[in-house]
Unconditional design. Sequence first.
Length: 190
Amino acid sequence: MKPETRQQEIIRVAAKLFKEKGYSAVTMRDLAKAMGIKAASLYNHINSKKDILNAIIISLAEAFTNGMKEISMSNDSCIEKLKKIIELHVNISSKNSYGMASLNNDWMHLENQLIYYKKLRSDYETDFKTILKDGINSGEIINVKPDVMMFSILTTLRSLYIWIPKKEDINLEELTDSLSNILINGIAKD
């Protein structure tokens, strides 16, 4: 594994601060202090706090959208695709809990990247709904509004970044299996 660059370190530390304090409350001075350097030194590696936010959110949004595109284009069944979506969220959220907070809470601050971000999100949701519609049409899943199903599943998956760090010995494969069972099969006894 390649060592972390200074820019990557800045982005990582900023993401943590954004999660803890909120994007709007964090200053470049706060970031410099957390890194043990002078604020002016930050500008050798990044242009602005907005650029940091862009880097955090866009990289995650692209990872989700690209992962979804790959899943949706596979020849897997609807159920297998849904399991892979859950696995995608578990993997990305477990590795980026700080960045996920920005993705969920601070995306509206993107400004010059906002249109691109909204397109990524729209593409992701379109692919998700297509998988659900295909599952309904093939008889694999119940005939309920795809928007409602997607919202229900994504509400859980988008909040994983809050829950995962609180678990010390979490097995990501077991978590993926449990979430798949609950979100796809439900909790009612037969």
